[in-house]
Design a protein. Structure first.
Length: 82
């Protein structure tokens, strides 16, 4: 199939009348789209809530454990009695 034949085949396809769409297809598509949007919104809110809970748990942990403070040395005895 050369270029001219492909172009003429494409023109024939484009010149044909579009196929009829069932009437209930629009309502089904709207219902399915609404359901998908609700699920996506619920998933997004759940993930934000999970992220907020993780950040709060990390903050509480960091404030109680204080990982940035060096632990006291246990290898040398305290110097006293000089």
């Amino acid at each position: 199939m050369n270029r001219v034949e492909r172009e003429s085949a494409a023109r024939r396809i484009l010149e044909q009348a579009p196929p009829q769409v069932p009437a209930e297809l629009y309502a089904d598509a709207v219902r399915r789209g609404t359901r998908m949007l609700r699920r996506r919104t619920l998933a997004r809110r759940t993930l934000w809530l999970l992220l907020l809970a993780a950040a709060l748990a990390f903050t509480v942990w960091a404030l109680t454990v204080r990982p940035w403070v060096e632990p006291p040395s246990q290898t040398t005895p305290p110097v006293s009695g000089w």
